[in-house]
Design a protein around this ligand. Sequence first.
Ligand SMILES: O=C(O)CCC(=O)C(=O)O
Ligand SMILES: [Fe+2]
Length: 143
Amino acid sequence: MNFYLTCPNPELTIGVRRHSDMDTLTIFLQDGIGGLYIKIPQDVNIEEKGEWVEIPPISGALVINIGDMLQIWSNGRYKSAEHMVRTTSTKSRVSIPIFTSPQPTQKIAPLPQVVEKDEAARCKEFLFSDYMNNFFGNAHHSK
Ligand SMILES: O=C(O)CCC(=O)C(=O)O
Ligand SMILES: [Fe+2]
């Protein structure tokens, strides 16, 4: 569970720095306060490309984030979502995430079926534990 305290000067702080989740899929429930933003990638054909856009809370709805492992397995077909959380000066916020991840000892590489179609793997094989160590060592930096 994530708990974000109120902050008298929310513009001077950030609840969670920009990052993409390192897992496969994240499923989470956010309360009604708001403050979750995602970055629209540059390579999409919509007006907001490259901008940070708020994901408004919808009562009873879950947020599903694609994580880095799904991006790698799909050889980049699915892109992990860069996101961050801003705090507010008036209301604290709660979110409840469920992270689905491979085992630390699992070897990760783009799936052979997709590599065959794309004729090249966009990523070399690595151990998930190495990815985790790098992710936590960098304390939630952006992609
Ligand atoms: O609190 C949220 O809405 C998102 C939190 C988050 O990005 C995370 O726990 O990885
Ligand atoms: Fe996240």
